[in-house]
Design a protein. Sequence first.
Lengths: 312, 500
Amino acid sequence: MADIDTIAESVDSLKEHFESHRYICSDQIATAVYLAFHLRKPILIEGPPGVGKTELAKTTAEMFELPLIRLQCYEGLDESKAIYEWKYGKQLLYTQVLKEALDEVLAGAKGFAQSVTRLHEFGDIFFSEEFLEPRPLLKALREEDGCVLLLDEIDKSDHEFESLLLEILSDFQISIPEIGTVKASKEPPMVFLTSNNTREISDALKRRCLHLYIPFPDVDLEQKIIHARVPEVPPELQRQLVTFIHELRDLDLKKVPAISETIDWARTLLLLHTEALDPQLVRDTLNVILKFQEDIENVDGEINAITAKIRK
Amino acid sequence: MDRTLTNFIRSLRMADVRISTAETLDAMNTVELVGYRDREFLKHSLSLVLPKTADEKETFDNCFDQFFAFEDVSGERSESETDAENDSGADHAEGEGGEGGGAGGERQPGQPAQGGKKKKSKAKPNNNLFEEEEEEDLGPGEMTEASSDLGQLLMANSRVELTTAMAAAGEEVNVRDIQIFTQKGLYARRIMDAMGLAELNREISDLKERQHVPSRRLGQELKRRRDWLREQVRDYVERQFLLNADVSGKKLREELLRKVKLSNVEHRNFRLIQEIVYKMAKKLTTMHSRRKKVYKKGLLNVPRTLRHNMSYDGAIFDLRWKSVKIDRPKVFAICDVSGSVASYARFMLMFLYSLDEVMPKVRSFAFSSDLAEVTDLFQRNKIEDAIAKVLRDYSGGSTDYGQALMDFKNHCLDDVDNRTTIIILGDARNNYGDPHAEILKEMYDRSKRIIWLNPESRVSWNTGDSEMRRYQAYSHQVEECNSLMHLERVVGNLLRQVSG
């Protein structure tokens, strides 16, 4: 078991540990995790796709050696898929099996009223823990030693679902009508929510979270990331490809390449035993970083100019 | 209660960052955890807690830099307190005569005051002034004790206390209400007065007359420090102005913009208008989406009911409903960009564009004679480009509503259903051509609503070649709309009607 408290003792220590797990982060990101840990607040992470939002949650779980419970959000996601559901099959099966037992229970009962009274003595057997199928959120609350709960792409879910989350986010508890309120074990989960901003998240939700915006990293940081992720790439090529990507991000593109694309590209170039970027090579591998034919065509004309610029 | 923090939050709110009380509490907890020691760390931490969108973060960064640059003195209180102590400690030891002479006791009176020159850079303003401007060289030496409150405060040489007194005086004269830059002098003066300037002045002129050298020396010292204080106050007011007035100045401008007719609005305010439209539209959509929930119960959901009632041995008595989701309004917006409405076209297109941004199912069309769909163009371009392109490609021709309606009929009347709202932006001036009102009737019959927004004022409707009367008959709602005020009302109505 990793000693969470020591790791989260200071921002610098967090940063180091992230780095040792090959996640290179800015001060801002480390501060967010630091605050989230000490203030026991969820983090809402926003930013362009591919800057490592989900990765942050995964790495945190890895670093603290906590289980990661992930809930991928989508339109139409509701409580029965996110919190709990009753095991209908089991309930049905049991009613059939117990039918016979029922006769025994009721044997000797006189009249209708007496039968009902006897039945009442058994309580709500079918709506007890036995028949409860916990879904990610409930599971997360029940983890004894805490866990990392990742609600991925929260913006894809409906407004209703957001409201459903409010209780768990602020008080780390869930109310189930048939059973009562389930509170988190003594270590509440660390909650990460990610959003690509396809729609505005409601104020109520935002208010309960720390808000972390991860932008594209600057050249230095991105080089470090490449170095951590694809260490075999020679330093000169590293510099060239990162600078190239940064030049691309300044262009008017439908989808600008993200960090994940930079990493893919670095791997590709490594596979091709590249020493330095040249226009022909860039042209051949452009489809790794650009995902729209239109963008590729637009960039095509610029390649010579950009490669000349970065080779200086 | 952390005064610095609440003040900071106040200035953030003034800059349009929405901060709730809960967030203020969070911020306090954060500060407790983080402390004021490390400026960058504090900034990072607070920027996680207070601003909640990318835009707000930018505003936050500005505000933070401005605010904590100014609060250097009181903001770093924990640090500067010790500093100030050192400072004044050093001063005492070096015998800033006045203090030593009067307060007596522990310190050696009469120690030369030149030590003051060697004071840490923290107290720089003192030094500089000390070195210049000496009307009468009395040399270093003993000074008597200042008698006025302010004089004593000045001689005590504690920055923290001075700043606190300054802030208190600022509160007293409501410096936060400062609105225009010409008021700066006035407020500075008022703060000085509130701090007891009159008394101090009297004391200074009084001391000047004295024969006793230490008293005269004190007089000079006090005068020097008064001038320094005046500068400090001026700086303080300046910063208060930047923090408070500049933004309320912006509010004022926004208020004015709401009322002004848009065709007269200068180009440089274009961005601001856009923001208002955007802000407004955003507000309205969230309102709209929230309403969605309180709608009727819906239809019986047979599969779910069966599944749910399995546990009751298949006896169906606990019914499950399909929760009905209202489709957001499907909107067709048609915008006239011909010569006659040229001056309003930008505004109307801006509105169209904003509409497209915030509502998911908007199809936009522009015409002067021939109608063309611009939805795609809007989605792929930034607002300025989009408007420019639409105006370039479609404006300029003479208006022909008849033709435009025909085009609409051929093009997409089939897509209009009973959930569709059609918004037409135009002055209905048809150059005496055939208005083809029967097509509008057809649209009227098929759609849920037709809203006609006319940029001309009501008086000029139906005059000249305006066909408003004939079109009006086949519209559910006809409104005059040429300023944001109108627009706000119309948009509010639109959503209420559609979702109600």
